[in-house]
Ligand binder design. Structure first.
Ligand SMILES: Cc1ncc(COP(=O)(O)O)c(C=O)c1O
Length: 317
C-alpha cells in the first residue's frame, strides 16, 4: 500500500490527497524534470513540539539546483516555508515527518527548455515517516555495478527527479542480489555515495568521507555531521577520495542523509564492517545527531523551526 497523506500543497493551495494530480504531458511526469528537497521534521517529546530541521539550508540547495537547471521558482523562501508549515499543520502531524518541496516544469512544446518558454510549478508532499529499523540495526551493502551520475552528464549535485533513475537501477540490482542498499562508485572508480544518502567511514578513529567533487549530492546532513563530530565529539574529519577496497577494511561505516538519517553499514560485498554490527563511534554520532535535531542541544536550536509554536503543548496540557 503506497504512502499517503491527508493533503498536498499544489501550486499555491492545499488540496486533498486524491485531487493532487498533474497532467501526464508535463515535463515533470514525462522526463522527471524537477528539482526537489527531502527534509525531516523531528518531534520533541519533552517540548511536545515538531521542528523542521535546517529548512532554510534545504531551500538554498533547492535554489542552487534550480539555477543549474535554469529554472525560476515562482515562490519566495518565506512563501515556501509558510507553505511547508501550512501543509504539515493541516496534516496534523505530531511525530516525525519527511516532507518534499518540489519545483517542476509544466507542459511545453518539444524543445521549450528556456524558463521563459515553460511554466514552473511547485508542490509539497509531507508524510509521517518514523525512523526505520535499518537506522537501529544497520544494513548490508554492496558496491553497485552502476556508476554515479557524472557532473559532466547529469550532475549529482542537482537533486532532480531525473537523477534518481540512476539510484533506482543501483537499488534494484542490490536488492535482487540480496543486499539492502548499494554503494555507488563514480566514473573515476572512487566511492561516491548511496542512492539516497552520503557515505562516511571510520578508520583509526577518524571520519573519512568523499569530497563534494566526487559526484555526490551536497548533503545537508553530511555538512551538519562534519561540523558536529569535530566540535562535539572531538573527532577528526577528512574529506578525500575513497578506494573501493577501503570499504572492506574500514572499522565502521554509515550512510547519512535526511531520509536515511544515520544508517550504520554492517557489511559491504559480504565483508563485515568491523564486527558486522553498528560500531561505537557510529552510535555516538547517532545519539548526538538525534539530540540536535530534536532540540535537546541549545547551541543548535537555530537550525530548528517550530511547527506548532506551542499550540500542541497547550493542547496536551
Ligand atoms: C543521492 C543523495 N545523496 C545524499 C543525500 C543526503 O542529502 P541530505 O543530507 O541533504 O538529505 C540524499 C538525500 O536526500 C540523496 O538523495
Amino acid at each position: 500500500m503506497a504512502k499517503s497523506a491527508p493533503f498536498v500543497w499544489l501550486d499555491g493551495k492545499l488540496v486533498p490527497w486524491e485531487q493532487a494530480t498533474m497532467h501526464v504531458a508535463t515535463e515533470c511526469v514525462l522526463r522527471g524534470e524537477n528539482v526537489f528537497e527531502g527534509i525531516r521534521a523531528y518531534w520533541s517529546e519533552a517540548e511536545q513540539e515538531l521542528f523542521l530541521f535546517k529548512h532554510a539550508e534545504h531551500i538554498a540547495r533547492l535554489r542552487q539546483g534550480a539555477k543549474i537547471m535554469r529554472m525560476t521558482i515562482p515562490y519566495t523562501d518565506a512563501q515556501i516555508e509558510a507553505a511547508s508549515l501550512e501543509l504539515i499543520r493541516a496534516c496534523g502531524y505530531r511525530g516525525q515527518v519527511h516532507y518534499r518541496p518540489v519545483a517542476y516544469f509544466d507542459m511545453g512544446n518539444l524543445t521549450d527548455y528556456l524558463p521563459s518558454e515553460i511554466r514552473t510549478g511547485m508542490f509539497i508532499l509531507a508524510f509521517s515517516t518514523p525512523t526505520t529499523k535499518q537506522v537501529h540495526e544497520g544494513v548490508t551493502t554492496c558496491v553497485s555495478t552502476w556508476r554515479r551520475n557524472s557532473d559532466l552528464a547529469s550532475p549529482s549535485r542537482v537533486k532532480s527527479g531525473a537523477n534518481y533513475h540512476n539510484s533506482r537501477l543501483a537499488y534494484i540490482e542490490a536488492r535482487l542480489n540480496g543486499f539492502q542498499i548499494p554503494i555507488l562508485l563514480n566514473a573515476a572508480g572512487k566511492v561516491a555515495e548511496g542512492p539516497g544518502a552520503c557515505f562516511m567511514m571510520v578508520r583509526n578513529g577518524k571520519i573519512i568521507t568523499p569530497p563534494v567533487t566526487a559526484d555526490i549530492l551536497e548533503s545537508i546532513t553530511r555538512e551538519t555531521l562534519i561540523g558536529l563530530v569535530q566540535a562535539e565529539l572531538g573527532l577528526e574529519v577528512i574529506e578525500r577520495e575513497i578506494d573501493r577496497t577501503e570499504l572492506y577494511i574500514c572499522d565502521e561505516a554509515f550512510f547519512c542523509g535526511s531520509g536515511h538519517e544515520i544508517t550504520p553499514i554492517n557489511s559491504v560485498d559480504h565483508y563485515p564492517v568491523g564486527e558486522g554490527k553498528p560500531g561505537a563511534i557510529t552510535r555516538r554520532i547517532q545519539k548526538l545527531y538525534f539530540d540536535v535535531v530534536c532540540g535537546a542541544v541549545p547551541k543548535y536550536r537555530h537550525w530548528l523551526t517550530p511547527v506548532w509554536g506551542g499550540a500542541s503543548r497547550a493542547a496536551a496540557e
